[in-house]
Design a protein around this ligand. Structure first.
Ligand SMILES: [Zn+2]
Ligand SMILES: [Zn+2]
Length: 317
């Protein structure tokens, strides 16, 4: 093991106690029966030599790579004038200064709120009974239904807590920062007060813990896949673009950018993250429905005018 890693591990062990090293965790394991990804998983835990650090570092790095990695295509799309016709609020395109401002606050929040949690993530997982270092992974079927359930659970939690965040003092002291951009863009997904990151993030991470508390049957790899999908959902919902191929155009209950962009534009309504049903059932999407209906009518009128002009030009010939 590298010497820096050894001294790093000793420091962490002095703080967290002495967790079982990977060499002991995997004693007697026959790796020849494992898939390539499962073998990589074992190698990762063996490399760090301490499951607390292995889990913590993976969680942090995964978040950074996926969040900023997913934002890059949107930064490129924002720089392309040909994409403007798909922008929900085409008048507002983020400047490089806006992108940089967001990056700074997001990084500050990640390094102050999240980084310290590296030390506690693995012990919390163990407390709730999550499988961490162990292999093999669960079946694809099990992962799929658990992730689908997390989407539903997080969406409900987010609807309730986000709606509460719009209550006077909570909005003024916490949620207002996230609403600084009335026309959002990918990097603005986590542009928020650190407390908001913590409170709303609980829906993403608390849902798996809650399920595992009752079932005692959840692998952390399922949680990582869920977190990656949730990050894609959050960044895309803030992208500000609605393409004909966007998910909500063929999955009508999916919220997507069309739904959340309206929330930033109007400040009220459309509180959910992934789905449209809570806003619809509780009547908080009425303004959105009216606005989109008006926009559709204006577009149809413009198309009708263009057709009239074309017909008139044909007559004149
Ligand atoms: Zn809001
Ligand atoms: Zn937002």
């Amino acid at each position: 093991m590298d010497s820096w890693l050894q001294s790093f591990n000793s420091t962490v062990e002095a703080i967290t106690g002495h967790p079982t090293p990977a060499s002991v965790l995997y004693a007697g394991l026959d790796t020849s029966k494992l898939s390539y990804l499962e073998q990589l998983w074992v190698k990762w835990y063996e490399y760090w030599g301490n499951p607390v650090i292995a889990t913590g570092v993976m969680s942090f790095v995964l978040h950074e790579i996926v969040y900023f990695g997913r934002s890059i295509p949107w930064i490129i799309i924002d720089s392309m004038p040909s994409m403007r016709k798909y922008k929900l609020q085409p008048k507002y395109v983020p400047s490089a200064a806006d992108q940089w401002r967001c990056t700074k606050l997001v990084l500050l929040s990640h390094f102050t709120v999240e980084l310290p949690q590296i030390w506690s993530f693995h012990p919390i997982c163990e407390y709730f009974g999550l499988t961490t270092h162990a292999v093999p992974f669960p079946s694809v079927y099990k992962m799929a239904w658990q992730i689908a359930l997390f989407f539903v659970m997080e969406d409900f939690y987010h609807y309730v807590v986000h709606r509460l965040m719009h209550y006077g003092p909570l909005y003024k002291h916490i949620h207002k920062i996230h609403h600084e951009y009335s026309a959002p863009f990918g990097l603005a997904a986590e542009y928020a007060h650190p407390l908001e990151v913590l409170i709303l993030g609980l829906g993403t991470i608390g849902s798996p813990f809650l399920l595992c508390f009752f079932t005692r049957d959840l692998h952390i790899v399922t949680v990582y896949i869920w977190v990656v999908l949730r990050l894609f959902q959050a960044v895309d919902a803030h992208s500000g673009y609605d393409f004909p191929i966007s998910l909500h155009n063929w999955l009508p209950f999916w919220a997507g950018a069309d739904h959340h962009d309206y929330h930033h534009m109007a400040f009220l309504g459309c509180y959910s993250t992934s789905f449209r049903w809570w806003d619809h059932l509780l009547g908080t999407d009425r303004g959105y429905q009216r606005t989109r209906a008006k926009q559709k009518a204006v577009k149809l009128r413009q198309q009708a005018d263009e057709l009239d002009k074309y017909a008139a030009s044909l007559k004149a010939q």
